[in-house]
Design a protein around this ligand. Structure first.
Ligand SMILES: *Cc1c(COP(=O)(O)O)cnc(C)c1O
Length: 498
């Protein structure tokens, strides 16, 4: 299978080139040239999580050998990387509603699922290209992605990773997670400034021809691990299939019977993977897109108008605080039967005027499968509390947004299909909000985040993930703090003078 750009229908590349390049040269995203052939009842995939991953990866990675795909799957999903044999366990909340826990990886958040696989996909892809350069991953992070990328890339041969975070722009736990990072190929650097300063610094390195040339001559090739890379999307298709199989094996479904998925959404990556699962023949009734107060996406799905001209709020579900959901471009490409002209014109309008409006037919196709609403912060906290009270189950604020939006959906329709809410973070990753919701007050406002972990454990009895429990004992290994304008020089000296 080959890939090409959403904005031109050109730039044809192999799967490994798509993974290595990340973004197409015309600014578009790489997508499969042909809509993948759907599975039928006779060849519908089944097996362990790893077997499903192997099967689905094979579908999309045309130029990878089967033993290379085996190696990627083995390295990404095992009992060292995920603390549950199912990788993404399914928990029953009610007769109708199930929670899919996507946070059993090394950093207790869902990005681990893709970022445990991407480094091995990149490493394999790099071996196919003949330039023998060492890949240098540069990542600016406002929190979770940085740690998840560090864990994924650590000690992967042929790759070095540098993560930059805003000195005062991440939580205490997030900072500790990064500054205690082990691995022989990792660099963690605090930047004086906010996330924008940090991200601008990284972008300037990428777009500076002199730095790129100098690094290239020294044997390095810059790359990023950001969420528009096809290698981040592909691994996420797997858990939609594993969930369906789990519901079948629990007797909760008959073969071919459709299910709903509710996805707390930011950059539209997770839910887009659900859409590709649907294209592959997974019986899906509805994909429910759950947004927070930054409700650009729910407005879009309900009106066909994407309008980013609005204030960005800092919500209690920060990983969903996004105004431009990059991966939506891929969905529109599929919904228009691969029409790069329409996609470019919408994306240009978004760039130039801050909004675009899709045509009626595309909107009606979108609404046939997708449904969307949002939850504000008060509703989010109330849902954390209600879920805990009624089911004894503790959710983080992102997952609570999903449950709240599901309640809104079910209130308006008669839909009895089994429904799976994707849980994107452990409640211990967002202890402050979770405790506030459970105890119903700001009583613990003065406590440090490490103390809050213990308090939440005492209040709820929910088990603390090991990576967070052991954080307190870990030595800080990275102490460098620099100004944004020092980033290029620091990178060069870090790489070249080692
Ligand atoms: C990244 C993230 C999301 C949003 O996922 P997208 O793929 O960007 O839609 C939701 N919840 C958590 C905890 C995340 O880290």
């Amino acid at each position: 299978m080959h890939y090409y750009s959403t904005r031109s229908g050109r730039n044809h590349v192999t799967a490994s080139e798509a993974v290595l390049k990340g973004l197409a040269p015309d600014g578009g995203l790489f997508v499969p040239e042909e809509t993948p052939q759907a599975y039928t009842e006779t060849d519908f995939p089944s097996g362990s999580y790893q077997e499903l991953a192997y099967e689905i990866f094979s579908r999309f990675l045309g130029d990878f050998s089967s033993s290379q795909i085996q190696q990627v799957v083995r390295a990404a999903y095992n009992l060292e990387t995920f603390d549950h044999p199912a990788v993404t366990p399914l928990v029953r909340l009610t007769d109708q509603v199930y929670i899919l826990e996507l946070w059993h990886g090394p950093t207790s958040a869902f990005k681990d699922i893709a970022l445990q696989a991407l480094p091995h996909l990149l490493n394999t892809a790099a071996q196919k290209s003949d330039d023998n350069k060492e890949i240098v991953i540069l990542t600016a992070t406002s929190g979770d992605t940085g740690k998840s990328a560090l864990e994924g890339f650590r000690d992967v041969p042929g790759i070095t990773i540098a993560v930059y975070f805003p000195e005062k722009g991440v939580s205490e736990i997030q900072k500790l997670q990064m500054t205690t990072q082990e691995g022989s190929n990792v660099h963690v650097i605090a930047v004086r400034g906010n996330f924008d300063d940090t991200q601008t610094g990284v972008k300037q390195i990428f777009s500076n021809p002199a730095i790129n040339r100098e690094l290239e001559e020294a044997g390095f090739r810059l790359s990023s691990a950001n969420s528009i890379n096809w290698g981040r999307l592909l691994p996420q298709i797997v858990y939609y299939f594993s969930t369906y199989q789990e519901l079948l094996s629990r007797g909760r479904l008959k073969k071919g019977e459709p299910v709903n998925f509710v996805v707390p959404t930011g950059n539209f990556g997770n839910i887009l993977a659900g859409y590709y699962a649907y294209l592959l023949g997974l019986p899906v009734n509805r994909l429910i897109c759950a947004a927070n107060r930054n409700n650009v996406l729910s407005d879009f799905i309900n009106s066909g108008i994407y309008d980013k001209r609005r204030t960005l709020y800092n919500s209690l579900s920060p990983s969903m605080d996004i105004l431009v959901s990059s991966n939506l471009e891929r969905l529109l490409f599929e919904l228009t039967d691969h029409d790069p002209e329409r996609i470019s014109s919408w994306m240009n309008q978004l760039n130039e005027s801050g909004y675009y409006k899709i045509d009626r037919e595309t909107l009606s196709r979108l609404q046939q499968l997708f449904w969307s609403d949002y939850a504000d912060d008060d509703e989010t906290l109330a849902t954390v509390a209600k879920t805990h009270r009624e089911s004894g189950y503790l959710v983080d604020p992102h997952t609570a947004v999903g449950i709240n939006v599901l309640d809104k959906y079910l209130a308006g329709v008669n839909d009895r299909h089994p429904t799976v809410v994707l849980s994107t973070a452990s409640p211990y990753k967002f202890t402050g909000s979770t405790i506030k919701a459970i105890v119903g007050s700001n009583r613990y406002k003065q406590c440090s985040e490490l103390e809050l972990i213990k308090i939440l454990e005492r209040e709820t009895g929910a088990p603390v993930p090991e990576n967070l429990a052991e954080l307190e004992q870990k030595p800080v290994l990275h102490r460098q703090t620099i100004n944004p304008d020092e980033m290029p020089d620091q990178l060069q000296s870090m790489l070249i003078s080692r």
